[in-house]
Every structure is written in structure tokens, then in C-alpha cells.
Design a protein around this ligand. Structure first.
Ligand code: URA
Length: 193
């Protein structure tokens, strides 16, 4: 499994299939542990991710780490983290359909090789890639969907959205995320070894 994943990573690091390759500092392939239990799919690398070559290392990433840690999950031990596209779009604009299509083989390979049991679909861009018939993250979040290889997938809010919505009141985005992460942890705990 690791060899296969490494081959894909090497291919991805050299990829020039779309124009985003021209201005990147680093390809952002993944972080966390390549395990088969829990995968998170985000949107696209931002400034810090592009600089460091790792996903979710800016402010949104720090919040994501805190959300995982609040239920005892950590990126070092429990989660494989990747994005729908692996190179940063200019000014952090949304990825274009052609860019997503060019990069899809890498995301598909990550899923096919690791066969995660639980896939977290983080934000609208990832939702659109994984569940294109869904009408938006606000409606889809917190629900389980059938995923590839007997997995189940749950859309969740993107941490950048939570950073813009500070309230923790019942029904607020942060409160809803708290409900979702607890449900995710419950499902994770039932998976066993
Ligand atoms: N937002 C994402 O969706 N992915 C990252 O890697 C960083 C920020």
C-alpha cells in the first residue's frame, strides 16, 4: 500500500497537467498517517500550505487540529488529510473545473489505495467533487452518505467558515461542527483495529 501511494505521490510532485503547476512553490499531496480508517478531503492549498507542502497548516488547519483534538483524534495518529486539488490557485480562488479534472486522478488514487472507512468531506468544494448532487454544505453536513469501498462519508463545515462565524450558540456553525465531530468519533470508535 505504501509503495503504491509513494509512486502516486512522486508522479503528483512532478505533475504539470494544469497551469497551477507553473506558480506553485510546493505540491501539497497529504499529511497525517496513511491509514485506512479516517480520511479528510479539503479544498485546495492556501498560502502556507503552498509554502510548506502540507495541507491545513494555516489558521484553518490549526482550528481543524483543535477540532480533532477535542474528541481525542490527532493528525499524527488518526487521520489522513488531503485536498481535492494539490496546487494552490492564485489568490486562493476556487479551483476551476479543468483544474479539478486534471487533479482528480490523484485524489481517486489516494482513496483507491487507502480505502478509508470514513471520509470527511470538508466544505463546499470537496462536497461538489465527492457528492455533486448535493445542494450545499449547510444542508448536507452531519449526514452520512455511502462512499466508495464500503466507506461512509460525512460532509462537514470547512474550518475557514468557522473562523468567520465565531458564535458557539446552539445551532451556530461551531455548535453544529461540535455535534458532527462527536458523531464522527463515535463512528470511528466502532471500527476497531
Ligand atoms: N483549506 C483547505 O481546504 N485545504 C488546505 O490544505 C488548507 C486550507
Amino acid at each position: 500500500m505504501y509503495e503504491e501511494l509513494e509512486k502516486i505521490r512522486e508522479k503528483c510532485l512532478k505533475c504539470e497537467k494544469c497551469p497551477l503547476s507553473k506558480n506553485r512553490h510546493n505540491v501539497v499531496f497529504s499529511d497525517g498517517i496513511p491509514n485506512s480508517k479516517l480520511m479528510l478531503i479539503g479544498e485546495a492549498p492556501g498560502y502556507w500550505e503552498d509554502m510548506k507542502g502540507l495541507p491545513f497548516v494555516g489558521r484553518a488547519g490549526q482550528l481543524l487540529d483543535k477540532i480533532f483534538l477535542s474528541v481525542g483524534l490527532s493528525r499524527e495518529k488518526d487521520v489522513y488529510i488531503c485536498n481535492t486539488i494539490k496546487c494552490r490557485p492564485p489568490e486562493n480562488r476556487n479551483p476551476l473545473p479543468d483544474e479539478k479534472a486534471a487533479c482528480r486522478e490523484f485524489l481517486d488514487a489516494q482513496i483507491n489505495i487507502l480505502k478509508p472507512k470514513i471520509i470527511l468531506i470538508c466544505g463546499n468544494i470537496a462536497l461538489n467533487s465527492m457528492l455533486p448532487n448535493e445542494k450545499g454544505i449547510t444542508r448536507a453536513r452531519g449526514k452520512w452518505f455511502k462512499g466508495p469501498y464500503e466507506s461512509k462519508m460525512m460532509p462537514i463545515f470547512h474550518p475557514s467558515y468557522l473562523l468567520r462565524n465565531d458564535s458557539r450558540e446552539k445551532g451556530s456553525p461551531k455548535w453544529l461542527m461540535w455535534q458532527d465531530i462527536k458523531e464522527i468519533k463515535r463512528a470511528y470508535d466502532t471500527l476497531g483495529e
